[in-house]
Write a protein that binds this ligand. Structure first.
Ligand code: GDP
Length: 323
């Protein structure tokens, strides 16, 4: 990323919301290396859904920079079944964080949105201008509408109050710190876990949801953290950035790559009772490319590192937490 080389987060009061999640912990890894004065609060210490608690906390801690990565997230099944919770929690959390940031003079805030905010039938690759141009995929509509509200809130605060608040749209994220819950996780974590369990149990079949033809662009979480850090360090005029890797895989291709990494040697069968969701959502990332960012981790390397994380989690947690 070509950015103001004189800029560093060293000593800067930087709040990372959701610091225990996959993205938040990648941001903590990256920003602590740079010597940022990190501000974090666990959900027990600070319930981001509680407006007065957020106002008090921001007043007391006075962050200069905010990476707003804290949100309720989940894969296609979680979104279809927990839509009320996703909508309520995310609207409350982001509204409280963004407004408190404005009230206490946060210099710059980066909101993490999602590729599901784009219309289901958007032209590929999807540019930032496609937002709000058509109907959303129904399984993820509540979550998407919450995220669209966050993008719009940053835009409105920028327009009305002159705040330097803006948003990123990543593709499907994966990597260390992922949630491997069998129903609630995203596609990479879900297949990775079942492939491992099938290998250990000596099964000869692995079930993959949908019919394998939907396509997904996947991004290693440290690559997104790097892009976000670069954007925060750069004077940008746009208020929305796609942060992708310019190519996608069919779910069948992705599953084949995951089973190779895991070492499962049986065959893949498809559960067509599970939805495919949006058939394709490849991002057009030329806007962020123009300011010099590109991903560093290829899919095979990233999946190997995700599998290592999963194995460590099995050893240390034996079934709790992210499992
Ligand atoms: P989405 O991009 O918002 O749809 O989120 P996901 O990360 O949940 O990806 C869903 C896509 O992966 C759909 O096409 C699913 O049919 C497919 N898929 C295949 N196996 C799995 C799995 O084990 N978990 C999840 N979440 N999706 C899977």
């Amino acid at each position: 990323m070509k950015h103001d080389n004189s800029f560093t987060f060293a000593g800067k009061k930087t709040w990372i919301t959701g610091h225990r999640g996959m993205l938040g912990s990648a941001l903590v890894r990256s920003l602590s290396k740079e010597g940022a004065d990190l501000l974090v609060a666990s959900s027990q210490e600070l319930d981001l859904r509680n407006q007065s608690a957020v106002i008090d906390w921001v007043d007391k801690n006075r962050p200069e920079y905010v990476f707003h990565a804290g949100a309720k997230v989940g894969g296609i099944h979680a979104n279809a079944t927990l839509s009320a919770m996703f909508l309520y929690d995310n609207l409350m959390i982001q509204t409280n964080v963004i407004d408190a940031a404005y009230k206490f003079g946060v210099r710059k805030l980066l909101f993490v949105a999602s590729n599901c905010t784009y219309p289901k039938e958007a032209a590929q690759p999807i540019s930032e201008d496609a937002l709000l141009t058509g109907p959303l995929e129904e399984n993820i509509r509540s979550y998407a509408i919450g995220k669209i509200a966050g993008i719009e809130m940053c835009r409105a605060y920028r327009k009305q109050y002159g705040c330097d608040y803006f948003s990123v749209i990543p593709p499907n994220l994966y990597g260390p710190g992922d949630n491997y819950h069998p129903q609630h996780g995203h596609v990479v974590a879900g297949i990775l876990r079942r492939a491992h369990e099938a290998k250990i149990a000596g099964q000869n079949e692995l079930v993959v949801w949908g019919d394998g033809t939907a396509r997904r662009e996947i991004l290693y979480v440290d690559d997104l953290a790097d892009a976000m850090k670069g954007l925060m360090a750069t004077q940008v005029t746009d208020d929305l950035f796609n942060v992708g890797c310019d190519h996608d895989l069919s779910i069948a291709e992705l599953a084949a790559l995951i089973i190779e990494v895991v070492g499962f040697e049986g065959r893949i069968v498809y559960d067509k009772n599970k939805p495919n969701g949006t058939m394709r959502k490849l991002l057009d990332s030329s806007r962020i490319r123009a300011i010099g960012w590109r991903p560093q981790i290829d899919e095979r390397t990233g999946l190997q590192s995700a599998y290592k994380d999963f194995l460590e989690l099995l050893e240390t947690q034996g079934g709790g937490g992210r499992l």
